[in-house]
Design a protein around this ligand. Structure first.
Ligand SMILES: *[C@@H]1O[C@H](CO)[C@@H](O)[C@H](O)[C@H]1NC(C)=O
Ligand SMILES: *[C@@H]1O[C@H](CO)[C@@H](O)[C@H](O)[C@H]1NC(C)=O
Ligand SMILES: *[C@@H]1O[C@H](CO)[C@@H](O)[C@H](O)[C@H]1NC(C)=O
Ligand SMILES: *[C@@H]1O[C@H](CO)[C@@H](O)[C@H](O)[C@H]1NC(C)=O
Ligand SMILES: *[C@@H]1O[C@H](CO)[C@@H](O)[C@H](O)[C@H]1NC(C)=O
Length: 310
């Protein structure tokens, strides 16, 4: 009885000291009901990377053992088995940190994707007229914004920012057609583009067409017939049936330029072709934007730079 009480006192003393020590050494503790003494005592927790084998008693400290392979504990704990590491990263993810005794395996979305709940979604692309305001990260989507006055973005892209319109005069060129949010200023002499054999001017003309619902295949084919003749247009249409209407227009115009010995597809020519193809509403729109509102004239031979590329 006396002995029991002494033990009890010791346990409490230990507990208090343990708590005190814990406080000083920074080892966290937990309360445990000790069946042998019938008392609640404070035990040290197990460090990250280990788990609890035996609770402490009034005479033995807590017994901890390391986590087995593929298991971990991240925090000071008194759990009796380690947690199992997440086994796989999904196909749109890569392993950012391997599993070790203190950390779960960390998966991160691959480049161009971000976490959305448990999925990796593709970063949104900003359409023409919109540029990237904030690039996406593995955890956030792209933020797009409309290009402000004097800026443009011509591509559907998740990385392209709005760019300033080219200052034609500073290049010693003339401004022909004002830029918009979706295309650059068009200067004369004309700048080439990445598109084989097509000038920026022609590209903008064609992009304008795509924005006018000429993007539907049958309209593109109508225009192609006028540019290349019925037989050739149909043949190309069949051979390239998987191309988008936009790309098909480019293809027709490239072919047309070859046929015409790299003549320029001027707005005047395009309007003629559109009219004879029965696309009168679009013809009017092209006329308004590219003929009525232009400054410097674009001469017939202005597109000859395509030969350099081809
Ligand atoms: C375990 O992985 C984490 C990252 O997940 C890392 O910070 C830590 O240093 C690693 N520990 C060991 C012992 O390698
Ligand atoms: C073209 O841009 C200039 C300079 O910003 C402006 O003064 C002019 O009004 C614009 N023209 C058209 C047709 O938008
Ligand atoms: C394009 O066509 C669709 C459906 O045919 C129509 O709803 C839309 O208003 C058209 N857009 C333009 C710019 O004509
Ligand atoms: C279109 O079809 C022609 C003829 O088959 C082929 O040579 C060409 O590569 C195609 N163009 C594209 C952009 O797929
Ligand atoms: C285009 O360039 C070629 C080769 O440089 C030249 O022979 C031809 O005369 C030029 N055509 C025009 C319309 O300027």
């Amino acid at each position: 009885m006396l002995l029991g009480r002494w033990h009890l006192g010791l346990a409490v003393l230990l507990a208090v000291c343990g708590g005190g020590d814990g406080h000083e050494t920074g080892i966290p503790t937990y309360k445990h009901w000790d069946a042998a003494t019938g008392q609640t005592i404070l035990c040290n927790r197990c460090p990250p990377g280990e788990y609890l084998k035996h609770h402490c008693t009034s005479i033995h400290p807590t017994e901890c053992v390391p986590c087995p392979e593929n298991h971990y504990t991240q925090y000071w704990n008194y759990i009796n088995q380690c947690q199992y590491c997440k086994r796989f990263c999904s196909e749109l993810q890569y392993v950012k940190h391997e599993c070790n005794a203190t950390h779960n395996r960390v998966c991160e979305c691959s480049k161009g994707y971000y976490f959305y709940f448990d999925f990796c979604l593709k970063h949104s692309a900003c359409p023409p007229g919109y540029g990237v305001e904030v690039e996406g990260t593995p955890h956030t989507n792209t933020v797009c914004k409309k290009c402000s006055k004097g800026f443009f973005s011509s591509q559907t892209s998740s990385i392209e920012y709005c760019k300033r319109h080219t200052d034609c005069e500073s290049l010693g060129h003339k401004l022909s057609i004002n830029g918009t949010s979706w295309h650059d200023n068009i200067c004369f002499p004309l700048q080439n583009t990445n598109l084989k054999g097509i000038t920026l001017y022609e590209e903008v003309l064609l992009q304008f067409l795509s924005r006018q619902n000429s993007s539907r295949h049958h309209r593109v084919l109508q225009l192609g017939r006028k540019l290349l003749g019925s037989k050739n247009a149909k043949h190309l249409f069949k051979q390239n049936s998987t191309l988008s209407p936009e790309m098909l227009v480019f293809l027709y115009v490239q072919e047309w330029k070859k046929k015409e010995k790299y003549k320029c597809l001027t707005a005047e020519r395009l309007v003629d072709y559109l009219r004879t193809a029965g696309l009168k509403r679009i013809a009017r729109k092209v006329g308004r934007k590219f003929i009525k509102n232009r400054y410097a004239n674009i001469p017939e031979d202005g597109c000859n730079l395509s030969l350099v590329v081809d």
